[in-house]
Design a protein around this ligand. Structure first.
Ligand code: ADP
Ligand code: MG
Length: 601
């Protein structure tokens, strides 16, 4: 039997499609405020919006006799403004936001138009109108949405933590604010002002007011396209010296809407090509204006991913825009960039360390060096044994033999004979010859110390003579308590230092100052709500990037230091490779060597 669903059931089903979290409500409400011609919009949330969302604007207001209608499904005043149904769809005017929101919360709306002497207040609980009355109020609209999903326990469960929901609201408001620098936006969470931005139509100032990142003072302007062009690009991007380990600081907008787009990302990457180290991403605020006919309209209005009819055209335009912007500032690395440059350089170099070996140091070079080395090192290295053990061949011999399935590898039998090129340690046991990569070995040791200290929540820190500060994105300010604990448990001492700046007084004992700073940077770059103490996968990735060996290739280390390093390596869980997957040592059996000298065939 076919039945028409009762109104409240239908409302709840429809609401589920549009409204699934505080952030989706804020988006609808603030977009309504923007549509109403407001020049000032305030969004206030309590407990991530679960307890209350309040959006106040100074826009047109709703005439008293239309207030009830506004809450009816498919009620909209905007169809006449939109040119056709396609635009109607892409802009998301479906006239159901207010109806849906009121169906799943206790909603109160207070509004007044310029023409009216008295405003109107309406209260709706779970879709049922409780009261509607006249009230004195300023021109504009205030809507309060309380007890979200109080009548939908199933959906209530799907909401994230208050801090996570607050983070999403703030992120969305930040994006809305920078798409409309002509409107003054105020964001308040739990009574605390997160930002007040815009209103003077200055994009760069708005970005700074919203994101409050000191690094953003240096952004370069992008501007491409003339009136009438099918594609126009504007925005701000970072110099090649300011990069992040993720795309988290990249914000893309198409026709004024925040989007995700692989075509825009690709264009940016191509524009920066060769100016950035692998795995680094610039900071990007990019606004693309394009003829709406060139957009794929089949993409749902609430989906952020946007598709273009002609990807290549968009990619090329963005590449060109980015390229001309960074060219204009060509290669100007400023004094204060030096630190950033160094840290940007760091990670990839460390990972490509093997490639740094000069290519000419092969074959013949190696033979000579070994002899030379053994002669000069003899006095300095008392544990050097007879010259009989030295391999004297340039043949690229041996393969990593990590096969320890039969019996565990015994470090105790190793006798160290010295070092090679200041990089490789030579060791033997009765039947084998080993080359240890001291850098890789040290990385492994550092890495496991780091992970261990992290997992054990060891609180050992070293006090810094000069504390340093760092800035974080605003959604991280919201969730501060969560991630500061994570860092503090590792041995950091991090405390709030105003707005979105934090102060570091202590770093873990096993890190050098630059390692400690680097780690914080990648931590902030890659932070997301998934990072929890036990999410070792993500933490591993971070640590792998951040941890550096204090011994570098080409540092001669003495006998005692060698013993200490190998002792430490022995204690690691995986002594056989560095965290990036390179071998820490390579074994050559006596058999391999005998074969090389054709003693056996
Ligand atoms: P839509 O925005 O798709 O028209 P909504 O349910 O979001 O549908 O809003 C319904 C109507 O209520 C709008 O068309 C508009 O006329 C009116 N309205 C909603 N919010 C505001 C506001 N903040 N200021 C003025 N009018 C508003
Ligand atoms: Mg709307």
């Amino acid at each position: 039997m076919i039945k028409v669903l009762p109104k409240d059931v239908a409302d709840k089903i429809a609401a589920g499609e549009v409204i699934d979290s505080p952030v989706s409500i804020v988006k609808e409400l603030v977009e309504n405020s923007i549509d109403s011609g407001a020049t000032s919009i305030t969004c206030e949330i309590i407990k991530g919006g679960k307890e209350e969302i309040r959006v106040t604007d100074n826009g047109s207001g709703i005439p008293g006799d239309q207030v009830a209608t506004a809450f009816l499904r498919h009620a909209t005043s905007k169809i006449s403004k939109a040119e056709d149904l396609k635009n109607l769809y892409t802009l998301g005017f479906r006239g159901e936001a207010l109806a849906s929101i009121a169906a799943v919360s206790r909603t109160e709306l207070i509004t007044k138009t310029q023409e009216e002497n008295v405003g109107t207040r309406i209260i709706i609980h779970g879709g049922i109108t409780i009261s509607k009355e006249g009230i004195g109020c300023p021109v504009g609209t205030t809507i309060m949405v309380r007890d979200l999903f109080y009548n939908m326990p199933a959906r209530d469960k799907f909401m994230k933590s208050e801090a996570a929901e607050a983070g999403k609201v703030i992120d969305m408001m930040s994006r809305l604010a920078i798409t409309r620098p002509d409107i003054r936006f105020t964001m308040i969470s739990n009574g605390k002002t997160v930002f007040i931005a815009g209103g003077n139509n200055n994009l760069k100032q708005t970005i700074q007011a919203v994101y409050k990142d000191r690094d953003y003072n240096d952004l370069i302007e992008v501007s491409l396209g003339n009136p009438g062009d099918t594609i126009k690009i504007k925005g701000y991007i970072s110099r090649p010296s300011l990069t992040r380990t993720t795309r988290r600081s990249q914000y893309y907008f198409v026709n004024g809407r925040a989007v995700k787009s692989s075509a825009l990302e690709k264009g940016v990457d191509l524009g920066y090509k060769e100016r950035l180290f692998e795995g680094r991403h610039p900071v990007v605020f990019l606004f693309l204006e394009i003829d709406p006919a060139k957009l794929d309209v089949n993409v749902h209005p609430n989906k952020k991913e946007v598709r273009f009819e002609d990807d290549i055209q968009v990619i090329t335009a963005v590449e060109e825009g980015v390229l001309s912007a960074i060219k204009s500032e060509r290669g100007v690395i400023q004094g204060r960039d030096t630190y950033k440059q160094v840290s940007a350089d760091h990670a990839p170099k460390q990972e490509c360390h093997l490639k740094e070996m000069p290519p000419e140091k092969t074959e013949k070079g190696r033979q000579l060096d070994i002899k030379e080395f053994l002669r000069t090192k003899e006095e300095e290295a008392p544990f050097l044994s007879s010259e009989d053990d030295k391999p004297d061949s340039g043949i690229s011999f041996g393969t990593p033999d990590m096969d320890s399935t039969h019996k565990p590898f015994s470090f105790d039998e190793l006798v160290f004979q010295g070092a090679l090129f200041g990089t490789y340690l030579i060791a033997t046991d009765h039947d084998n010859f080993y080359l240890f990569d001291q850098h890789a070995a040290h990385e492994r040791v550092n890495y496991e110390n780091f992970v261990k200290a992290y997992l054990e929540g060891s609180k050992e820190g070293q006090l810094l003579l000069t504390p340093f500060t760092f800035d974080v994105p605003l959604d991280m300010v919201e969730t501060g308590a969560d991630w500061i604990n994570v860092l503090n448990e590792m041995g950091y001492n991090v405390e709030a230092f105003g707005d979105n700046t934090f102060l570091v007084r202590e770093i873990p004992v096993f890190l050098s100052l630059s390692e400690g700073e680097d780690f914080i940077r990648s931590f902030v770059d890659s932070y997301n709500e998934e990072i929890k103490k036990n999410n070792t996968l993500i933490i591993d990735k971070l640590i792998t990037k951040a941890c550096k060996a204090s011994i570098k290739a080409n540092d001669y280390i003495n006998g005692e230091e060698i013993q200490a390093l190998i002792e430490d390596l022995k204690k690691t869980e995986n002594p056989f490779s560095c965290p990036h997957g390179r071998p820490t040592f390579i074994k050559f059996s006596k058999y391999d060597i005998e074969k090389m000298f054709k003693r056996i065939v």
